[in-house]
Design a protein around this ligand. Structure first.
Ligand code: DC
Length: 225
């Protein structure tokens, strides 16, 4: 049986950095489910389908094919055969993603694909509903969070490094709005699974969080073998 690690948490908590490192250490596959939702959002943006129009979004789902490959440990996301990694990280696509991920048709499509991947590969998967909905039987579940201020500051520094002009207060406000939307939607809202380990990374280094997760995985593996 494949060994599955689920990491959920709000935007900017450091899930992808940490999940990527844990995957490297264990030689597991890393699956970033946010990127899959972002690829769908890009399709709706490009085809001028409003995030508010659930009927059109649901009808368009059949025309969308999201696939993943892994190149040198880096996940590549394909939208109908096109590698879209370079287009899915904008703030605009992030906002559309949060809005369209409330719909059952969108979630069903991606949940199915995520479960298929997890059934055949040892992997670490990050997102919002992995421990609660996608992989309720994952052997290790983590809920990773940090304060809005910490997450805002991290994002601010990231954008500054890329030379993007931005304001810390605005970034914190966007994060608050995204939390509100992700935590209060009707289907698969972001919340901690009952059996997930809570980690607040506000005052922890990446290394400390990675080691904490590796310890949990090793304990679990030695307990079950
Ligand atoms: O992790 P991220 O910031 O790339 O995710 C973008 C959006 O996708 C996020 O606002 C909520 C949505 N998402 C989701 O609803 N379920 C997931 N498993 C992953 C992401």
């Amino acid at each position: 049986m494949a060994f599955n690690i689920a990491i959920d948490g709000p935007a900017g908590a450091g899930k992808s950095t940490i999940a990527r490192r844990v995957a490297q250490e264990l030689s597991y596959l890393y699956v970033d489910t946010g990127a899959m939702y972002r690829a769908m959002a890009l399709y709706f943006q490009r085809n001028r389908i409003s995030p508010e129009n659930e009927t059109e979004i649901s009808a368009a789902c059949d025309q969308i094919n999201v696939t993943l490959t892994n190149e040198n440990g880096e996940q590549q996301v394909f939208l109908n055969g096109e590698n879209v990694n370079a287009y899915i990280r904008t703030e605009e696509v992030g906002k559309i993603t949060s809005a369209i991920s409330v719909y059952a048709s969108v979630r069903q499509k991606l949940t199915q694909l995520q479960r298929e991947l997890a059934s055949v590969s040892n992997l670490i998967m990050d997102g919002r509903d992995i421990g609660t909905c996608v992989l309720p039987k994952a052997q290790v579940k983590i809920y990773l969070t940090a304060s809005v201020e910490t997450r805002g500051k991290r994002r601010f520094l990231e954008l500054q490094e890329k030379g993007v002009d931005c304001k810390l207060e605005q970034i914190c406000e966007d994060i608050r709005q995204r939390d509100e939307q992700d935590m209060n939607r009707q289907i698969s809202p972001l919340r901690q699974a009952e059996d997930a380990i809570f980690i607040d990374s506000s005052f922890l280094s990446i290394e400390e969080v990675v080691n904490q997760i590796l310890d949990l995985v090793r304990q679990k593996i030695s307990f079950t073998s």
